[in-house]
Structures are given as structure tokens and as C-alpha cells.
Design a protein around this ligand. Sequence first.
Ligand code: HEM
Length: 146
Amino acid sequence: MTPDQISLVRQTMTWVQPRRQEFAADFYRRLFAADPGLEGMFSTDPVIQQEKFVDELTAIVAAISDFPAFLLRAGALGVRHVNYQVRAEHYRVMREVLAATFAAGFPQDWTAEHEQAWRSAYDMVAEAMLLGRGRSADAPRAAWRP
Ligand code: HEM
């Protein structure tokens, strides 16, 4: 990611903060519409899960320019996701849904540059999460990419 892309991604997180709940609710609505099988994997109260998701995304985006801290945080998150039965291909679905949620939530501000920056950021997060969980047989690192 370029420094400009990091700035663009951080800018989008400032849009999210005042509308966290609405953003996260729309994100999960879209995620479960894109793959109805995913809904059953979540057992936590949806409002709490939505809060945790935005908090984690904010923390990871804040850590992006400190690569060791970023790797540690995203890697630990990836390890926990093994226990949630999340598989490599799920990361691809989430990437599309996240971009669609930003596009729908901030139509005046979201540009092609924001989208490209977010795709790069998301790819880094997903790679680091998958690295954290190690190279298990079901999840070669490149498998989630189109
Ligand atoms: C950018 C990538 C992701 C982020 C930032 C993220 C964030 C989180 C956070 C903060 C939690 C709360 C528990 C914890 O901290 O361990 C969580 C739980 C969970 N996530 Fe993710 N996640 C990501 C990717 C995914 C993907 C791709 C899936 C699969 C579709 C997924 C499915 C789940 C499930 C099933 C839980 C457990 C919910 C429960 O306990 O009911 N996550 N995620």
C-alpha cells in the first residue's frame, strides 16, 4: 500500500465512526445476503458483534503503518477465526461485501481510489490473518483470491 492509500483508508474510518452501528448492521445484512450459510456461524449478540467488528477494523487500520504491530494484531485475529470455522474462501466474500457497504453508505465521498485503497488494505489484513493461522491443509494462502 502507498502512503496515500493508507490515508484514504483511514479517512473512510473517520466516516464510519459517527455511524458505526448503522454501518456495521448494513455490513452484516449484506454479508448474510451474499452467503446465507454464514449467519449460523455467529452466536454472539449481533449488536455486540457489530461493535467488536468496527473496533477491530479501526485498530487494524490504525496499526497498518506499524507493520510488526499490524502483523501481530491481524495474526492473532486470524488464529481466533480458525475456532469460528472461518475458511480461506470466506475472506473473499467479506472483501466484496465490505466494499459494497462503503459504496452504499457513503455514496458522495467513496471514489474509485478509496475502493482500490480498501481492496489493498483488506488483502493485507486477510493475508496477515491467514498467515497467523498458519498453512493448514485446507487453506493455501492464495486460495481466497479470485
Ligand atoms: C477484516 C477481516 C475481519 C475482521 C476485522 C473480523 C473481526 C472479528 C471480531 C473483532 C470478532 C469478535 C471476536 C474476536 O475478536 O475474536 C469476530 C468474530 C467472528 N468473525 Fe470475524 N473478522 C474478519 C473476518 C471474518 C470473516 C471473513 C468471517 C467469515 C465469514 C468472519 C466470521 C466471524 C465469526 C463466525 C465470528 C464469531 C462470532 C461469534 O462468536 O458469534 N470474520 N470477527
